[in-house]
Design a binder for this molecule. Structure first.
Ligand code: DC
Length: 229
């Protein structure tokens, strides 16, 4: 059994991984890796520095030097993100930034540059890792692997509600097109494509409330959590 247990939660855009992972990290007192946020910060930094999203070498150099810090607030309900000591928590949550993140994430050199940074989040007492390739590539020996899925329509609705609540201006038609584009890119790339690990538990959340999803996951992981607390 590894010293630092890892629970991976993978799945496509808008499936609700972020909410589930923040809740699990708070309940367990474990660390949290929001790997999508790392790709978003990289895309944000590239756009700010006018680095082309097609320049794999420059993007991987930028990824190696990325000075990004994650802080969980006292209530542990929010993850604050800093690039070069400047808070960019809100800026990276736009769909534009999510789409740019998906573009930079397709490059093997970029993923390689970010691999050890992500593995570095695994510390005692344990880690909840949120992403696309957590169970397949970054933490293949994870104690428990969960893959969340939901119909594209339901994911668009969930993301629409979330973005509206955060005050972003967005239309359903545009969001639907952007999520479809992102799904295709994330699933079809050759390097670490989005797919469940062979040993992952796949949960279709289309008809489930977030509380039901959390309850199902909790039933799967509670044994592991109690062994480490
Ligand atoms: O989870 P998210 O929406 O914040 O992720 C943004 C993009 O980053 C996503 O479309 C693909 C990429 N990503 C990835 O390739 N691998 C991960 N482990 C996490 C995110």
């Amino acid at each position: 059994m590894p010293d630092n247990p890892v629970i991976t939660i993978d799945g496509p855009s808008g499936v609700g991984k972020g909410t589930v992972c923040l809740f699990l990290a708070r309940e367990t007192g474990w660390h949290l890796l929001d790997s999508g946020a790392i790709y978003r910060v990289l895309a944000y930094a590239a756009l700010s520095r006018k680095i082309s999203l097609e320049d794999e070498h420059s993007l991987s150099d930028l990824a190696c030097d990325l000075n990004v810090v994650f802080k969980r607030s006292n209530s542990e309900e929010k993850l604050s993100i800093f690039l070069e000591n400047k808070e960019i928590t809100e800026q990276i949550r736009t769909e534009e930034c999510g789409n740019a993140a998906s573009k930079v994430a397709k490059y093997p050199l970029v993923r390689k540059a970010l691999l050890n940074r992500q593995r570095g989040f695994s510390k005692p007492p344990g880690l909840i890792a949120d992403g696309r390739d957590m169970g397949t590539v970054v933490f293949p020996d994870a104690r428990v692997k969960i893959f969340l899925n939901a119909s594209p329509e339901e994911r668009v609705n969930r993301r629409y509600k979330q973005l509206k609540e955060q005050g972003f201006s967005v239309t359903l038609a545009r969001l639907s097109a952007e999520i479809a584009e992102r799904d295709t890119r994330d699933q079809l790339r050759t390097e670490s494509p989005l797919k469940p690990a062979p040993d992952a538990v796949v949960i279709d959340t289309t008809d489930l409330m977030i509380e039901q999803v959390i309850n199902q996951i909790w039933d799967i992981i509670k044994q592991d959590i109690s062994e480490f607390s």
